[in-house]
Every structure is written in structure tokens, then in C-alpha cells.
Design a protein around this ligand. Structure first.
Ligand SMILES: O=C(O)CCC(=O)C(=O)O
Length: 295
């Protein structure tokens, strides 16, 4: 399959047009798409797709094994019922402000309205997320993406060196407190126990590029520093990495399919469309692998 590709922004993002992901993808096309994703610093926008859930699952599977709905029980992750999953496709979660006939939310309202990377509070953070826009408000409801590779590259070599070897704590409770969030987090204590430690600088397993791996949503503490030191360093990194030159802001069109790399990007769903329109999306996530040590 032939497709057109163009960069959207110097820091992050590329757009693919002229392709139909309902068609089976050859190994060559799949590998060209994967390479385009790496070259874009981890964000592809595929326009004008008319996908059924099985097509989205097939496309996302190019990037790795899909996660199911999971929760932590006694230190291990196990499957759980996700009330926002599609009944026939439990790998796909609905993200929406719409309600069903009984008035129950179809999806998580206002999900991700803070800078974060998906599944960072798990022992092995997510690799990628794939979001398909079925209905969007007439305006508003954009999603912002920041390249943590570009943010890392902009640091001085001395500062980059200082960050090497540091680890940080990522905790779901930072944004959600002890509240149940519904759907994926459907059990009490789910949020409280959802926490992990990861390197502050990660090295991309495919490209070798380094990136910053902290975000304002989930990261609470740099290991080994006292609170004042940790807060100051984290505040610097949060502000540094969300400067405009590292950001692409996506204005959704119906039938856009996005796939982003959670290892080297962060994102923020802008919640500014209450009372303006409905937003209905299908999301699936791709499992990560354990990090290799940085070199
Ligand atoms: O709805 C969006 O634009 C993004 C939601 C989000 O943060 C996520 O899928 O992780």
C-alpha cells in the first residue's frame, strides 16, 4: 500500500494520508508505518479512516501486544471488568462524554486532562496508545503532545549527565487521590496501590534516543532527594518539557486515528467542550517492555 506522509511540527508528529487501514497491511507497509512513527518522534496522525474495532485492533497490533483491562491484585496485574470497554472488544476502551440510554457514562469523562504518559504508574509502562475519533465537538477537545526527546535534547550536556541514573516515583493517586475513577479503576484502593519507580531518563529501545520520563500528572518524587530538592527539580522538568517548541496541539477531525509512543511523549486532553458537543473515541493501548539500561 502506498501512503503520503508529511511532518506536522519540528518537535513531534507526522500525518499520513491516502491510505485505508481496512485493507490488510503487508509486512513492508507495516514496517514503513512503524519507521514513520519512530521518525516522527512518536506521533502519527492517520486521516480519513472508516474503521470497525477489528481494524483498529489490527492496526495497533503492528506496534506490539495490546493491553487488556487490568488491575493490580496482591502485587500482580490481573484482568478486570472494564465497564467502558466495548463488549465484543475488551481491548478497546470508550473515551466519551456521552451516556447510554440508562444515563450511565459510556466512557471516562475528562480523561487525561493533565500532562501524563499512559500506564506510567505500572511497573512496566505502556508502549503506545491508539485513539480513533468517531465523533468530535464542532470545536474544542484538542489533545496536546510534547516530545520528551526534543525536551531532553534541549538540556545542556552537563545537566543531561546529572539526570542520568536518577529514578522517580509515578503515582496514580497524585491526580485521582483515593477516588474511584470508574471504568478501568473500578475498585476501591485501585488508585492507592497504583505506583511505580522509573528512570528519569529513558533510552528508546528502537532508536537509542534519550528522553525525559517525568510528567506533572503522575510523577511525585525523585528517589534519594529530600522533598524540597525533588520538588524543585521536578518543577523545572515539568515546566521545561511543556514549552511551546516541544508541543504539537492536535485539532481532531472525525475519522482521525492517532498513535503515540508513551515512552518518549506526554499528552494532555484539553477539556474545554462541555456543553459544546459530544466527543466519542475508541482507545487501545500497547504493552511496554522492561527498559534496557541507558548507555
Ligand atoms: O481524549 C484524549 O484526547 C486523550 C485521552 C488520554 O489522555 C488518553 O487516552 O490517555
Amino acid at each position: 500500500m502506498h501512503f503520503n506522509i508529511r511532518r506536522l511540527n519540528p518537535a513531534i508528529g507526522a500525518e499520513i494520508t491516502n491510505c485505508d487501514l481496512r485493507e490488510p497491511l503487508s509486512a513492508d507497509t507495516a514496517s514503513a508505518i512503524y519507521q514513520a512513527w519512530l521518525d516522527s518522534n512518536g506521533l502519527l496522525v492517520v486521516r480519513d479512516q472508516h474503521l470497525e474495532p477489528q481494524h483498529q485492533v489490527a492496526f495497533a497490533s503492528i506496534f506490539g501486544e495490546l493491553s487488556g483491562p487490568e488491575r493490580k491484585v496482591g502485587g500482580a496485574w490481573s484482568e478486570m471488568r472494564n465497564t467502558h470497554a466495548l463488549p465484543e472488544f475488551p481491548q478497546i476502551t470508550r473515551m466519551s462524554n456521552k451516556k447510554d440510554e440508562q444515563g450511565r457514562p459510556l466512557g471516562r469523562v475528562d480523561a487525561g486532562t493533565f500532562w501524563h504518559t499512559d500506564l506510567a504508574t505500572r511497573q512496566i509502562p505502556g508502549k503506545a496508545s491508539c485513539l480513533y475519533a468517531i465523533e468530535i465537538p464542532p470545536y474544542g477537545g484538542d489533545t496536546m503532545f510534547a516530545s520528551m526527546i526534543a525536551a531532553y535534547d534541549a538540556l545542556s550536556p552537563l545537566f543531561q549527565e546529572r539526570l542520568e541514573g536518577l529514578e522517580a516515583v509515578h503515582t496514580l493517586a497524585k491526580v485521582y487521590g483515593n477516588q474511584m475513577t470508574g471504568g478501568m479503576m473500578g475498585e476501591e484502593n485501585e488508585v492507592k496501590h497504583n505506583s511505580a519507580i522509573h528512570p528519569v531518563i529513558r533510552q528508546h529501545p528502537d532508536t537509542g534516543r534519550k528522553s525525559i520520563f517525568v510528567d506533572r500528572g503522575f510523577t511525585t518524587q525523585i528517589e534519594g532527594l529530600n522533598k524540597a530538592e525533588s520538588d524543585a527539580l521536578l518543577e523545572f522538568l515539568f515546566e521545561h518539557s511543556t514549552q511551546p517548541q516541544f508541543i504539537y496541539r492536535h485539532q481532531w477531525r472525525t475519522n482521525d486515528l492517532l498513535i503515540w509512543d508513551n515512552r518518549c511523549t506526554i499528552h494532555y486532553a484539553v477539556s474545554d467542550y462541555k456543553g459544546i458537543g459530544w466527543r466519542y473515541m475508541h482507545r487501545c493501548t500497547i504493552r511496554g517492555n522492561a527498559d534496557i539500561p541507558t548507555t
